[in-house]
Design a protein around this ligand. Structure first.
Ligand code: S6P
Ligand code: ZN
Length: 194
């Protein structure tokens, strides 16, 4: 029999955190190579190294069929015209899909199909349920003025492959144009992968 502490984690909307979660904090310096405009990144980092996002993950069990989940909170901000974002990853176990649910703020999920490289952005807002299929790189982007908070639920065996994204980055990025988020091909890359 599981005890209640293993089954229950409470979300605090005031702080955007789950109790009992193991926290990870990513600052701007941790995101080198993620933003398209390297000059704007270096200039911003010379001034400050703010927290860009936090994730608290809960891993109740590790068996086949088990689930892990986490709450992410991405701060508002931009580097040049590109909105603050998460590193992004593929799942190490490629078939693993993920379910996202928006809790607060407004943003986009940036998705990239590993098989054909097709990019897509999907709105993520309170009450939005977003399905991230397997074999799809995913990154969360805050396009609003307040923290973007969301729940993600994924197979325990999914794992994270950050290396593929760190090497090549996403093919597209979400930038501000006339006050609106738009998806554009990423330029100004130092690495040619695609
Ligand atoms: C995990 C899930 C999320 C991310 C979070 C931070 O599979 O997709 O909890 O971990 O959005 O993003 P990243 O790319 O730094 O893990
Ligand atoms: Zn994921």
């Amino acid at each position: 029999m599981w005890n209640t502490d293993q089954l229950l984690s409470r979300y605090d909307p005031a702080t955007g955190t789950l109790d009992g979660a193991s926290p990870v904090e990513r600052r701007l310096a941790d995101l080198r190579g993620c933003f398209a405009d390297r000059g704007a990144f270096d200039a911003a980092l010379a001034l400050d190294n703010p927290v860009v996002y936090r994730v608290g993950s809960v891993a109740p069990a590790e068996g086949e069929g088990d689930l892990h989940y986490g709450v992410g909170c991405v701060m508002p901000g931009r580097i040049g015209d590109e909105y603050f974002l998460t590193k992004g990853h593929l799942h190490a176990w490629r078939p693993a899909a993920e379910f996202y649910f928006g809790l607060a703020g407004e943003g986009m999920m940036l998705l990239e199909d590993e098989s054909d490289g097709a990019s897509q952005m999907v709105p993520l807002r309170p009450g939005h349920a977003v399905y991230v299929p397997g074999r799809t790189a995913h990154r969360t982007v805050n396009t609003g003025l307040v923290p973007l908070t969301y729940l993600g639920v994924y197979p325990a065996r999914a794992g994270h492959d950050y290396a593929t994204i760190e090497h090549c980055n996403f093919r597209a990025c979400v930038v501000e144009r006339g006050g609106q988020p738009v998806l554009v091909p990423r330029v100004r890359s130092g690495v040619v992968c695609h």
